[in-house]
Design a protein around this ligand. Structure first.
Ligand code: HEC
Ligand code: HEC
Length: 271
């Protein structure tokens, strides 16, 4: 190949125009989710930090008592220690931050995003950025993500959005709840020793992603739909049951008025 300088510039221009079609950044490359085995945590100080992060993640009230404000652990929603596809896995997140966060209207670090869930999903207090606890959380996420190239995204990131044919109906949802959820989460939604609460003072607050019907429906369809022993829920049933349980009483999020400062507030936001 005899690419002169002009040829290289031409190639660079072609690549640029491909990745900037209509000003849109190109979609991140998708890679399969393949985190290291839980038994492969290294020995030594790095391993200790990773293990601390995993401990906080999987039993938050006990291991971060000053920051947890409810009965949930991070892994109550980020299932299987943050390794489950379609349950907002941690795997790969080291490669995806910093990123623009529309809810707070600025570019946020991974620390900011972790603290977003502490404030909202845990109804708690943020970790100090330089604390041992935050170093541990970052070490755990780094380790789960270490084979994912920067800028790539794992297949199964987030809770994949679903749509339903009809508007969500909490009255129908109450019946779905009795059939498919109550056995574990309780008729009063307060859970049990092994099952987290879905509403009330020990649950996530109004500012949490899970308080939005569409986000809850996505999580429920992918992760809670067939647990009750009945047939898997349809998308409509997932929306209906989510409209029911998300709208039960739950803690307020005091700084909610500051969310979506640049507009774009979703229609199912609770405020
Ligand atoms: C009540 C459920 C719930 C709990 C508890 C929870 N989260 Fe989340 N978390 C979510 C939801 C929902 C999302 C958004 C997923 C999406 O966008 O599809 C999310 C997103 C995240 C993200 C960004 C994921 C991504 O793909 O960009 C991080 C990081 C995160 N949570 C960390 C934590 C940590 C750390 C804890 C514990 C302190 C925690 N979460 C507790 C529900 C929860
Ligand atoms: C077989 C028992 C079981 C059934 C049935 C079940 N869940 Fe769950 N659910 C769990 C457990 C256990 C967790 C926590 C996951 C973990 O710790 O691994 C959970 C977590 C959740 C969470 C996130 C944590 C929280 O408390 O907010 C939501 C939301 C949820 N379930 C909703 C539902 C809905 C809605 C239904 C019915 C469609 C349902 N679940 C059916 C056992 C169950």
């Amino acid at each position: 190949m005899h690419n002169g300088k002009a040829g290289l510039i031409g190639m660079a221009a072609a690549v640029l125009s491909l990745s900037l079609v209509a000003g849109q950044p190109s979609k991140p490359t998708q890679v399969p989710m393949n985190p290291p085995a839980g038994t492969a945590i290294p020995e030594g100080p790095m391993g200790d930090a990773i293990r601390l992060g995993r401990k906080i993640f999987t039993n938050t009230p006990q291991n971060a008592p000053n920051h947890s404000g409810n009965a949930l652990s991070c892994s109550s929603c980020h299932l299987d220690e943050g390794r489950a596809a379609n349950a907002a896995p941690l795997v790969g997140l080291w490669a995806s931050f910093p990123a623009y966060l529309p809810r707070v209207g600025r570019v946020g670090t991974l620390e900011d995003r972790i603290n977003g869930c502490f404030l909202r999903s845990m109804n708690g207090k943020p970790l100090l950025p330089n604390s041992e606890a935050m170093r541990g959380m970052l070490a755990y996420i780094w380790w789960l993500s270490k084979d994912v190239p920067v800028g790539a995204e794992v297949q199964g990131r987030g809770n994949p959005p679903i749509t339903a044919p009809a508007p969500a109906d909490p009255v129908r949802g109450k019946a779905v709840y009795a059939k498919a959820c109550e056995a574990c989460h309780g008729a009063d939604g307060q859970g049990s020793a092994d099952t987290p609460p879905l509403w009330g003072p020990r649950s996530f607050n109004l500012g949490a992603g899970m308080a939005r019907t569409s986000k809850a429906a996505a999580f429920v369809k992918a992760n809670m739909s067939a647990l009750g022993g009945s047939d898997p829920l349809s998308a409509q049933e997932a929306y209906d049951v989510s409209a029911y349980f998300t709208q039960q009483p739950r803690p307020d999020f005091p700084t909610k008025a500051k969310d979506w400062p640049s507009g774009g507030k979703p229609s199912d936001s609770r405020y």
